[in-house]
Write a protein that binds this ligand. Structure first.
Ligand SMILES: NC(=O)c1ccc[n+]([C@@H]2O[C@H](COP(=O)([O-])OP(=O)(O)OC[C@H]3O[C@@H](n4cnc5c(N)ncnc54)[C@H](OP(=O)(O)O)[C@@H]3O)[C@@H](O)[C@H]2O)c1
Length: 250
C-alpha cells in the first residue's frame, strides 16, 4: 500500500468537491473521496486522468460513525490536505415557530454544514502533516450576508471554525481557510435543496453579480488550488469570497 500523503475531499462525488478533487489528482496527489452515495464517487474516479490516484469511502461525514469510517479508510497514511465540501440546503428553509420544529431544522442545518466538517477534521488532526498541512472549508456567501436562515448561520459558524483551526494549528505549520462562494451552477446544490437549477434562477443570480455571470466549480477550484499548494503557505484564518462581487451589489 502506498504511503503517499493523502488529500481528503468530503463531498467529492459532485459539484465543487468533485472539481477540486480531480484538480488535486491531476496535480499528482492521492485523493480520498468521501460521500454518502457510492455512484457519484465511483463516477468521479472515471473522470480522472489517472483513476488510480483516487480512492473512495462511502460515509456520512456529519456523524461520529462516518468520521470514524473516514479515519479507517485513511489507514494511518499522512494527510496533506482536507477539503470539507460536504454540505448543502435541507428542509430547514422555513423553520416556523414551533420550538421542536425549530430545534429539528437548526440541528439539521448545523449537522449538515458544520458537523460534517468538524467531526472528520478533528479525528484527522493527528495525521495532518506538520509544516505542510492544509485545510479548506467550503462555506458560503450566505454566511456573510445572513441570507438563508439556519443554512447561512451554519455557514457563518463554519467560517468561525476555520479561524479556530487556524489558531490551533498555526504553530504546526498548518493553514486553515474558508472559501465562501456565491451562486455556483453545475452542482447538485440547488437540486438537493429542492430549488431546481432553472434558467430564470441562474439569470437572476447572474444579475446580482458585478461581473454578470454565475460561478462555475472551476472558479472555486482555482482558489482552492492556490490555498492547497505551496504558494498559499502564508494565508491562514481567512474567509475568501468567490462570488463575482455579489455582496457589493447588495
Ligand atoms: N452551489 C452553490 O451555489 C453553493 C454556494 C455556496 C456554497 N455552497 C456549498 O458548497 C459545498 C459544495 O456544494 P455544491 O454546490 O458543489 O453541491 P453538491 O454537488 O450538492 O455537493 C455536495 C456534496 O456533498 C456530499 N455530501 C453532502 N452531505 C454529506 C455528508 N453528510 N457526508 C458526506 N458527503 C456529503 C453530497 O454527496 P452525497 O449526497 O452522496 O453525500 C455532494 O456530493 C456545500 O457545502 C454547499 O453548501 C454551494
Amino acid at each position: 500500500m502506498s504511503n503517499n500523503p493523502l488529500t481528503i475531499v468530503t463531498g467529492g462525488g459532485t459539484g465543487m468537491g468533485r472539481d477540486v478533487a480531480l484538480d488535486q489528482a491531476g496535480l499528482g496527489h492521492d485523493v480520498l473521496l468521501v460521500g454518502r452515495r457510492p455512484d457519484p464517487l465511483e463516477q468521479t474516479k472515471t473522470l480522472a486522468n489517472d483513476p488510480a490516484r483516487l480512492s473512495v469511502v462511502v460515509a456520512d461525514a456529519s456523524t461520529p460513525e462516518g468520521a470514524a469510517a473516514i479515519v479507517a479508510a485513511v489507514q494511518a497514511r499522512p494527510v496533506r490536505a482536507i477539503v470539507a465540501a460536504a454540505g448543502g440546503q435541507g428542509d430547514f428553509k422555513n423553520t416556523g415557530t414551533d420550538p421542536s420544529e425549530v430545534d429539528s431544522a437548526w440541528s439539521d442545518a448545523l449537522r449538515k454544514n458544520l458537523f460534517s466538517a468538524v467531526l472528520p477534521i478533528e479525528a484527522l488532526l493527528p495525521l495532518l502533516l506538520d509544516g505542510a498541512g492544509r485545510i479548506v472549508l467550503i462555506g458560503s456567501t450566505a454566511g456573510l450576508d445572513g441570507q438563508g436562515g439556519p443554512y447561512a448561520t451554519a455557514k457563518a459558524a463554519l467560517a468561525g471554525y476555520g479561524r479556530d483551526l487556524a489558531v490551533r494549528l498555526g504553530r504546526r505549520g498548518i493553514t486553515a481557510n474558508t472559501l465562501a462562494p456565491g451562486f455556483v451552477a453545475s452542482t447538485g446544490f440547488f437540486e438537493a435543496g429542492g430549488f431546481g437549477d432553472s434558467a430564470p434562477m441562474i439569470d437572476r443570480a447572474a444579475s446580482q453579480t458585478l461581473l454578470g455571470r454565475v460561478g462555475q466549480p472551476r472558479d472555486v477550484t482555482a482558489c482552492a488550488r492556490w490555498l492547497l499548494g505551496e504558494d498559499g503557505g502564508w494565508i491562514t484564518g481567512q474567509t475568501i469570497t468567490i462570488n463575482g462581487g455579489t455582496v457589493m451589489v447588495r
